[in-house]
Design a protein around this ligand. Structure first.
Ligand SMILES: [Zn+2]
Length: 94
């Protein structure tokens, strides 16, 4: 079962959620929306190390966009085409 990281998205929160905390959840569980300790609104934190730890094939465009990342794929020498996220459609080194 994966660990998910949450942090309070609504001030002031409590000791539990003011700093990010981890929650062990089944894949089928829906994400938490409120702090189990104080009931404040919380949001899930997607930390970069988790994304880097996955293989590239695990990164679906929708996952990347939800995480606020932009993904490019190489289509030529020094030329990259956007496959997910926000940003220019094409990046060229020239
Ligand atoms: Zn709390």
């Amino acid at each position: 079962m994966p660990f998910y990281e949450y942090i309070c998205s609504e001030a002031p929160g409590c000791e539990h959620c003011r700093e990010a905390f981890t929650q062990l959840q089944r894949l089928s569980d829906s994400p938490l929306t409120t702090c189990p300790a104080c009931g404040s609104a919380i949001r899930r934190v997607i930390s970069a190390p988790n994304l880097v730890g996955n293989t590239a094939s695990d990164l679906k465009p929708s996952t990347i966009e939800k995480a606020g990342f932009t993904q490019y794929r190489k289509i030529g020498k020094g030329v990259y085409e956007k496959s997910a996220g926000k940003g220019p459609g094409i990046i060229s080194a020239d």
